[in-house]
Design a protein around this ligand. Structure first.
Ligand SMILES: Cc1cc2nc3c(=O)[nH]c(=O)nc-3n(C[C@H](O)[C@H](O)[C@H](O)COP(=O)(O)OP(=O)(O)OC[C@H]3O[C@@H](n4cnc5c(N)ncnc54)[C@H](O)[C@@H]3O)c2cc1C
Length: 431
């Protein structure tokens, strides 16, 4: 049972681990539905936000950002309406969609028509500040720069252990540590004896090219193409767009973001082409495979990811620093990683499926396979193994819920926020 603030049996009624969109979604829903609830949000970072800070493209059309194994369209659409009320998106207009869709259809590709908004990394800071202030006004407390190291089920409630050694008692816990928290979630699941199944992973490359080689972005900000062999475009950035590194323990991955429209453009565009892989018996862990591939690529790249010009890839030769000299090609990479040979690092089947997708894309949006186009590798989306949920509210034990990208209930900002609402609804039902 959740206590009210008056009954001081617990330090807090609810502790939320992670201040990303999943945690925020839960905090907003519960603080509005049950104002007497005492809520603490903990994050290991200095700022509250998680991945909401990164570019902050918001997709409001199912199934983008949702795992269709655990969401129905109806449920996702119901919650997306609530997400929209909090994030107040300015939906971007689109044009000429049917022209691209017709070209795509002829090649066995589909182009989803998605309602989208884009905030940009610079402006998302203001959004986050506003959201945090709103929660603080409702009495939600924040504990930042504190890493949670363990979550322990007790007969009556839950203990949350932080790195400083402090232990906090609460009635319920929502864990939302994101993709970077996959090791933490895995450890908690194993220690708590929560059954889990292997999760899918997304493995692919990030493309960077001049905007004139991928002109569709003028008509559709983040075009969602679905190719055969479970390959799709993901997270397109234009305007002032950059490829960036994501640091993990012992390796780096690439990703991309852009600034808001008020900034001068750099004339570049970047997007990912990802292939979804779900391993079946006898191989157990897609996540371990993804880590292995990421380490291999970083090893080949001398401790960094690899980049290769499309022109070199076509010729079957590695790129070297000369190919990234502005005398030769029309643009400099925004993320200077190691010039090399993707063929040495990407498994053949993955590369074949991605290259087939790129060839089709070049027929739909002519120009993307210009010799100067850069392919960066690895871009990998790792999720913790998927917990065996005991109800539809992402509950894993009597008083513990696991949500967000880390737990595999979402794959993006809006889906993560919706997961938070769904867990909050479960808590309201089970109190
Ligand atoms: C560069 C980049 C660009 C992106 N662009 C977009 C985009 O434009 N649109 C989109 O929809 N998605 C985008 N994403 C993905 C998006 O960020 C995630 O889908 C989303 O943030 C997931 O939300 P979450 O709440 O599950 O996890 P997160 O947002 O990752 O939040 C998890 C939080 O938990 C904290 N945490 C983890 N472990 C612990 C622990 N042990 N103790 C305490 N705190 C902990 C982390 O510090 C973090 O703040 C981008 C991601 C990156 C990296």
């Amino acid at each position: 049972m959740l206590s009210s603030k008056a009954a001081r049996k617990y330090d807090y009624d609810l502790i939320i681990v992670g201040t990303g969109p999943a945690g925020l979604g839960a905090a907003f829903h519960l603080s509005a539905s049950l104002p007497s609830l005492s809520i603490l949000m903990i994050d290991r970072e200095r700022y509250c936000s998680g991945g909401l800070l990164n570019d902050c493209k918001q997709n409001y059309t199912y199934p983008i950002g949702f795992n269709d194994g655990i969401w129905t369209r109806e449920e996702a659409e119901r919650l997306l309406q609530i997400v929209e009320q909090h994030l107040q998106p300015v939906i971007k207009p689109k044009q000429n969609i049917s022209i691209y869709q017709n070209r795509a259809r002829r090649l066995g590709v589909s182009l989803l028509d998605v309602r989208q908004a884009h905030v940009g990394t610079d402006r998302s800071k203001h959004l986050i500040h506003k959201l945090r202030s709103e929660l603080e006004q409702r009495g939600v407390r924040f504990m930042l720069e504190q890493e949670v190291t363990d979550i322990i089920n007790c007969t009556d409630g839950v203990k949350v252990v932080v790195a400083s050694g402090k232990t906090l008692n609460c009635s319920k816990v929502i864990t939302a540590p994101g993709r970077k928290g996959f090791e933490f979630l895995q450890k908690v699941m194993e220690r708590m004896g929560i059954a889990f199944i292997d999760n899918e992973v997304d493995i692919g490359i990030r493309i960077e090219t001049r905007q004139e080689n991928y002109q569709i972005v003028a008509d559709y900000y983040d075009p969602k193409f679905m190719f055969p062999d479970k390959v799709r475009t993901f997270c397109t950035n234009s305007g002032h767009a950059r490829v960036v590194l994501e640091q993990y323990q012992g390796f780096s991955l690439v990703n991309g973001h852009s600034l808001s429209e008020k900034n001068a453009g750099n004339g570049l565009v970047n997007f990912a082409l990802l292939k979804t892989i779900g391993l079946k018996n006898p191989v157990r862990s897609g996540q371990q495979m993804a880590v292995f591939l990421a380490r291999l690529a970083n090893e080949i790249g001398g401790g960094r990811p690899i980049m290769q010009r499309v022109g070199d890839f076509r010729m079957g030769k590695r790129s070297n620093s000369e190919n990234f000299n502005e005398d030769l090609f029309s643009f400099e990479p925004t993320c200077r990683v190691t010039a090399g040979d993707l063929g040495l690092a990407v498994p053949a089947k993955i590369m074949r499926h991605i290259w087939n997708a790129l060839k089709k894309l070049d027929n739909i949006v002519p120009g993307v396979l210009h010799p100067s186009t850069i392919m960066y590798y690895p871009e990998i989306k790792m999720y913790a193994n998927k917990p065996a949920f005991i109800d539809t509210y992402f509950r894993v034990s009597e008083n513990v819920y696991m949500i967000g990208d880390g737990a595999g209930t979402s794959r993006g900002i809006t889906g993560a926020w919706a997961s938070g609402i769904r867990a909050a609804e479960g808590i309201l039902l089970n109190r």
